[in-house]
Design a protein around this ligand. Structure first.
Ligand code: 5GP
Length: 184
């Protein structure tokens, strides 16, 4: 596998994180970019593993220093991709996966037109809403914002070269595996 930049996007609650965890268990050679965010950690989230949890000040300084490949505001918080690990993975001929929302995916598509862009879809909106609510970690307001944003993202699914419906988990995982590990 040569070094490829892969962007994975899809509405909150669609199961991107679970799919990626299973993909990385199958392919330990793949590297998942760790984003910076101003949102508070959820229970069980570990600094430097799930995210770098930064203050708004520190996040702004990273933007000013040009240390983020892309960044966006999502449901009231800021999220961004540190540029250094992306560079070093690609320079070494290794692949890197970015799990980012729509605005960030659009920025990356401009900078890296060859990036593989994959969109994960829920079977339907009701299933998505149930998944977001059942996660039980977000406030009612955050849930509402995430659901609104989900509709905006789903409407943009055709901007992505590949789309996977996360209905049956194993089927979705196999499809993701095939796309990510396919030879160029
Ligand atoms: P969550 O708060 O649920 O972890 O993430 C909210 C949204 O932010 C998800 O759609 C996730 O893909 C996106 N996200 C996570 N990291 C980044 C990033 O570095 N940049 C951008 N643009 N979006 C991100």
């Amino acid at each position: 596998m040569t070094g490829r930049l892969i962007v994975l996007t899809g509405p909150s609650g669609v199961g991107k994180g679970t799919l990626l965890k299973a993909l990385l268990a199958r392919h330990p050679e793949l590297y998942l970019s760790v984003s910076a965010t101003t949102r508070s950690p959820r229970e069980g989230e570990v600094e430097g593993v799930h995210y770098y949890f930064y203050t708004r000040d520190r996040f702004d300084r990273m933007i000013e220093a040009g240390a983020l490949l892309e960044w966006a505001e999502f449901a009231g918080n800021y999220y961004g991709t540190p540029i250094d690990p992306v560079r070093s993975q690609l320079v070494q001929g290794k692949s890197i996966i970015l799990e980012i929302e729509l605005a960030g995916a659009r920025q990356v598509a401009k900078i890296f037109p060859d990036a593989g862009r994959i969109f994960i879809l829920p079977p339907d909106l009701t299933t998505l809403e149930t998944r977001i609510r059942e996660r039980g970690t977000d406030s009612a307001e955050a849930i509402m914002r995430r659901l609104e944003q989900a509709q905006v993202e789903i409407a943009a699914q055709h901007e992505f070269e590949y789309r996977i419906v996360n209905d049956d988990f194993e089927t979705a995982l196999d499809e993701l595996d095939r796309l990510v590990t396919q030879k160029n």
